[in-house]
Design a protein around this ligand. Structure first.
Ligand code: FES
Length: 461
């Protein structure tokens, strides 16, 4: 077959010798028929499914829909697990493991007969970790986000992941909310499959996937349990086979222009400041020069258009019904590099040229934004000489200019030990500084594993 010589997987499955026998024979123990080894594109489905990552616990079903599309298009899908990072449970912090997972993804792709990759990503760190690992391999790649949970509903009110946890816990501490109500709210908040449904890190990174062009249109906003999430996955399965045949590698999609688009979209959606470190790291893997100051230069004056918690009042389900990321990109007009290529074969401008908006209170027009300066601003000063970031749209006006005492905590343990101490010298003008988020004495092997080479140390910022 003509395809037989063209693809990377043919090095494993093509030779009619001892090694080819071994590579085919052992795979056949799973019931794969002979014709799947005829040289067709092999698609790795990189799955961050885990019951320990509840945001990604529905990914087996997504993978099944991807496989349908891959088979239909004449590809051979092979699903593989990588370490999953569950933000809600992992200790000391999922961020400590992001680079480790990126190595898991990278080395698994490199070591196996894979021609193209679908990344199934969702909970916060799974998205950057998988993109970083895949970027180092530079095969044709398409990312599918798992989608957000349905809106939280508690006693007639919409409640958002994270945002309302902090609010409720403060109300319990101050005696406003009974503990039994607090416990009832747990299941009212997280009532379906999917990731956090505020514009936190997971929703932000899902939007980044779409803005970079490495995901399909509407990747970010379709709720996890909406049937259209599965239809998107099916179509993505078809499309990745075409990307392999067309040899459209990640480097064709993740260009400097794509990263600049992502920075501006993060500003317009009121996205998480965590996107800064993740996007710099992904750019580092692609060899795209992106600096902290680019966020300030490109993003500071982008208006925040999306009225979602924590900056605003709505949630991801509302964002989908209002038009999602395509409506935001259309609204941004010339702030977006409209000729940037995306994985569906069209430019981001073509994908969004007619994108409708169905709710102007959820997605505001540029002329009437939620906040005029929505982007992420970079701050420098004596307590952050290398730079710090702030999301102006989520900050109160008082935070934007402040003078007062700084109460410094040396570590998270120090904060927990002293925060409720009535003798803590703190007043209404004080600010609190947490110096070192990492706990004392986390394993030395993990430090060295995450920093063992320059390539894997691309988490600048
Ligand atoms: Fe997984 Fe928030 S805990 S996205």
């Amino acid at each position: 077959m003509t395809e037989k010589k063209r693809y990377r997987s043919s090095q494993w499955f093509g030779p009619l010798d001892k090694s080819g026998f071994i590579h085919r024979s052992w795979m056949k123990n799973q019931g794969f028929p002979e014709d799947l080894f005829d040289g067709r594109p092999v698609i790795g489905i990189c799955n961050t499914w885990s019951e320990l990552t509840p945001c990604n616990a529905h990914f087996r079903k997504i993978a099944e829909h991807v496989k349908r599309g891959v088979y239909e298009a004449g590809g051979f899908p092979l699903e593989f697990p990588v370490t999953s990072l569950g933000e809600s449970s992992m200790r000391p912090t999922a961020m400590l493991f992001r680079n480790l997972v990126s190595m898991d993804v990278e080395e698994t792709i490199r070591a196996n007969p894979i021609d193209g990759v679908i990344l199934l990503v969702g909970c916060d760190k799974t998205t950057p970790a998988c993109l970083m690992g895949a970027a180092s391999c530079n095969l044709p790649t398409l990312a599918i986000s798992g989608g957000a949970m349905l809106n939280g509903k508690f006693r007639g009110e919409e409640i958002g992941s994270g945002t309302n946890v902090w609010k409720f816990s403060e109300e319990v501490r101050s005696g406003v909310m009974p503990l039994c109500d607090f416990q009832e709210a747990e299941s009212c908040m997280s009532r379906s499959a999917g990731h956090c449904m505020t514009m936190g890190t997971a929703s932000t990174m899902a939007s980044v996937v779409e803005a970079l062009g490495i995901g399909m249109p509407m990747n970010a906003a379709i709720p996890a349990v909406d049937s259209r999430r599965y239809a998107l996955s099916h179509l993505a399965g078809r499309r990745i086979v075409e990307l392999v045949r067309e040899d459209v590698r990640m480097s064709r999609i993740l260009t400097r222009e794509a990263f600049e688009n992502a920075i501006r979209v993060v500003g317009a959606i009121g996205g998480s400041t965590n996107a800064v470190v993740h996007l710099l790291a992904i750019a580092g893997r692609m060899g795209v020069e992106l600096q902290l100051d680019d966020w300030d230069r490109l993003g500071r004056n982008v208006p925040c258009l999306v009225n979602l918690m924590p900056s605003g009042k709505y949630l991801m389900e509302d964002f989908y019904y209002a038009g999602g990321v395509p409506a935001v990109i259309r609204e941004l007009g010339d702030l977006i590099h409209r000729d940037a290529l995306t994985v569906n074969g069209r430019t981001i401008g073509e994908n969004t040229a007619d994108a409708p908006c169905f709710n102007r209170d959820v997605i505001r027009p540029v002329g009437d934004p939620l906040a005029a300066q929505g982007g992420i601003a970079v701050l420098r000063g004596n307590i952050c000489p290398q730079g710090a970031v702030i999301k102006p749209s989520a900050a109160t006006p008082e935070l934007m200019k402040h003078r007062g005492r700084a109460v410094v905590f040396e570590s998270i343990e120090d904060l927990h030990a002293r925060i409720d101490d009535p003798n803590l010298e703190i007043d209404a003008t004080s600010i609190m500084v947490l110096k070192n988020c990492g706990p004392k004495g986390y394993p030395r092997w993990l430090k060295s594993a995450t920093c063992r080479s320059r390539r894997n140390c691309s988490n600048r910022g």
